[in-house]
Design a protein around this ligand. Structure first.
Ligand code: TXA
Ligand code: MG
Length: 327
């Protein structure tokens, strides 16, 4: 069975998606990063269903998607100057802000933490959907990526249908995601901000914007050595994540990748090479779709060349390394 497919270019379909959500439905929505699995943040039962569908532990909280900074501010008990600076510069866009929460956000969304992660996504249809939900009195859309826990994130409506089928009530088809990796998560609570997850807004840009306002971005929570600690501030930073079926091997050097490919060929091991465009924005945009299509060839091993760790390259490296981590 396939879920109901709604067309993001049809205003009537966007309104219908909003009404389904307010009625307690689960709707997958497009964003510029990856598709989200959305529920009305005010409806605890609907939010619980999102965890069930994803098979995700309740201790891994969800991002609250809102229409604008005012709603983000309302969800926060302490909207800091750093949050305001980054929101003003990067929203709508692939930036998520971790902040102290207010009473409007439910424990189910935040996994009973004292914080909430908020974001204004940059997709016209989803922004319209969020505005409509706001008009209908919702605090926002609680949504993780629309894939099973630990698997490759979806960047097209087709991916969502392939992964979740009719476990979702509807999918709002807004075309392929333009950025292709998840949002950057920044902890904006303290006097110096920290990046908890590399993502669509490069570290350099966040650092520059904060610096221009007299704030600093402190050292990372270690994107090169992801945490195995399940109580980490952003629990999604577990080592093994974003993983396809095939084993992923990553390389800094193209010659090493070639040698490995030759060796696997000699041994008769079916493998495929992940395309690695020089343009890192393209690498990022196609990353998850490419991992999926490598998987669909029946390859046992996927060989991937890591991009240089600048700009979006840092997020692509992070996802590839997590995909490569032993399960
Ligand atoms: O681009 C994105 O961020 C996509 C789209 C759909 O917006 N969403 C996404 O959600 O990647 P998800 O659930 O796959 O990843 C969100 C991460 C998880 O690691 C979660 O544990 C963490 O954010 N997180 C959410 N709320 C948190 C909180 N209050 N404290 C700590 N970590 C939190
Ligand atoms: Mg995810």
């Amino acid at each position: 069975m396939t879920p109901r497919i709604l067309d993001a270019e049809e205003p009537g379909d966007i309104l219908l998606a909003a009404r389904l959500l307010i009625a307690g439905g689960i709707v997958a929505v497009p964003t510029e990063t990856v598709y989200g699995l959305g529920a009305d943040a005010a409806n605890d039962d609907a939010v619980r269903r999102v965890f069930d569908i994803k098979e995700r532990p309740p201790s891994h909280p969800l991002i609250l998607h809102v229409a604008g900074p005012e709603s983000a501010c309302a969800a926060s008990g302490d909207w800091t100057p750093m949050a305001e600076i980054l929101a003003r510069r990067f929203w709508p866009g692939p930036l998520s802000i971790l902040i102290e929460r207010s009473g409007v956000v439910s424990d189910v969304v935040t996994g009973s933490r004292s914080t909430v992660v908020v974001r204004v996504p940059n997709h016209p249809a989803t922004l319209e959907l969020l505005r409509e939900m706001h008009r209908l009195g919702s605090p926002g859309l609680a949504a993780p990526s629309a894939n099973k826990f630990g698997a490759v994130s979806p960047t097209t409506a087709r991916h969502v249908v392939d992964d979740l089928g009719d476990l979702v009530d509807a999918v709002l088809d807004g075309g392929p995601c333009s950025v292709g990796v998840e949002s950057t998560i920044v902890d904006c609570r303290r006097s110096s901000a920290t990046i908890l997850r590399e993502g669509g807004v490069p570290r350099e840009d966040i650092s520059a914007e904060l610096g221009a306002h007299g704030f600093t971005l402190s050292g990372s929570s270690s994107p090169t050595a992801p945490s195995t600690d399940t109580s980490a501030i952003a629990p999604g930073m577990l080592v093994s994540h974003y993983a396809p079926r095939a084993r992923v091997e990553v390389f800094e050097d193209e010659q090493d990748l070639e040698r490995r490919s030759l060796e696997l060929t000699t041994r008769g091991v079916p493998h495929s090479r992940l395309p690695h465009p020089d343009d890192v924005a393209l690498y990022s945009r196609n990353l998850y779709a490419s991992l999926r299509s490598c998987d669909s060839t029946g390859a046992q091993v996927i060989l991937a060349l890591l991009p240089i760790p600048h700009g979006l390259g840092a997020a692509v490296r992070d996802r590839l390394r997590k995909a490569a981590a032993a399960r």
